[in-house]
Design a protein around this ligand. Structure first.
Ligand code: AMP
Length: 287
């Protein structure tokens, strides 16, 4: 049986008891509405840690539109069931007050060196301030040895790694591969809100990301971005950005020779649902 814990003190007592026995803690922070992408993080956490904690917390400070926050799917019972199936040990389900005892304006003072200004940051101002704030707090509450995050949110894990290094937090970040539907569509809690038609059509995002790697062999980065934006501009869809960036700095590159770690990242509106996806185009073995 999974332990559901809402309060910090109870969580601390529970995890300290494990720590005393020499057990390591793996942590999977989520917004809930869990799917197989989240489950893959739990599975990965079980490989590296003795005890797995998953948090479900719809963090109000990372939503720049209150309607998005209000519409975010909340499926606690199904989430708990999934976590039990995957033998997660602890479900941490805190209130806003537990996460932010000093109020939601209590934000860490960290300069993200522009990592938060591009791509998602450019279109969702303040989003990463909220993400850094909540992950820092959750790491203080859980004190895990390992933190699992998905490559699906490329910019997010890059910023969190920066934050962990900046504050010298003794937690190892493990990045897990993107879990996809059989069609190729990246799994997301938002997919449940897509119409059947748009869900089928959304495979264009994956196909475009895949084709881009081949196209870059013969075409420039600028031409490829132009191509990708046009290809995804189908009925009821609106690509917001398609960026080809250095995987460390997240800055746009002009040519593939400029970096040995290159990633293509995109955000596309499918009706009123915003989808993101990415593909690593080049990565040297040392990274
Ligand atoms: P969320 O609940 O959307 O905040 O996601 C919680 C964690 O699950 C984040 O680290 C995400 O990157 C990760 N995640 C979300 N979707 C996927 C996916 N399709 N494959 C792998 N990880 C994912």
């Amino acid at each position: 049986m999974i332990q559901v814990i809402e309060e910090h003190q109870a969580l601390k007592e529970c995890l300290d008891a494990y720590r005393k026995k020499g057990k390591t803690i793996g942590f999977v922070p989520t917004l809930g509405a869990l799917h197989n992408g989240h489950a893959s993080l739990i599975t990965r956490a079980k490989k590296s840690s003795d005890i797995v904690v998953c948090s479900i917390f719809v963090n109000p400070t990372q939503f720049n539109e209150s309607s998005d926050l209000a519409k975010y799917p909340r499926t606690f019972d199904a989430d708990k069931k999934l976590l039990e199936e995957y033998a997660c040990d602890v479900l941490f389900f805190p209130s806003v007050e537990t996460v932010y005892p000093n109020g939601t304006d209590d934000r860490p003072d960290i300069d993200l060196k522009g990592l938060d200004q591009v791509m998602e940051g450019a279109f969702r101002p303040g989003h990463f301030d909220g993400v850094v704030q909540v992950v820092k707090r959750l790491l203080e509450l859980v004190e895990p040895d390992h933190l699992m995050m998905g490559q699906k949110d490329f910019q997010q894990f890059t910023i969190i790694q920066y934050m962990i290094d900046y504050y010298k937090i003794p937690t190892e970040l493990i990045v897990c591969p993107i879990k996809r539907e059989p069609s190729g569509l990246a799994m997301s809690s938002r997919n449940t809100r897509l119409s059947k038609e748009n869900r089928d059509k959304a495979v264009v995002i994956y196909r475009t990301l895949n084709y881009v790697k081949r196209r870059l062999k013969k075409h420039s980065v600028a031409d490829t971005i132009d191509y990708a934006m046009k290809r995804m501009n189908i009925e009821d869809f609106k690509p917001e950005y398609f960026s080809i960036v250095d995987g460390n700095t997240l800055l746009a590159i002009n040519s593939m020779d400029e970096s040995d770690y290159v990633v293509a990242c995109t955000a596309v509106w499918a009706g009123d649902i915003r989808l993101i996806d990415n593909k690593i185009l080049k990565k040297s073995d040392s990274k």
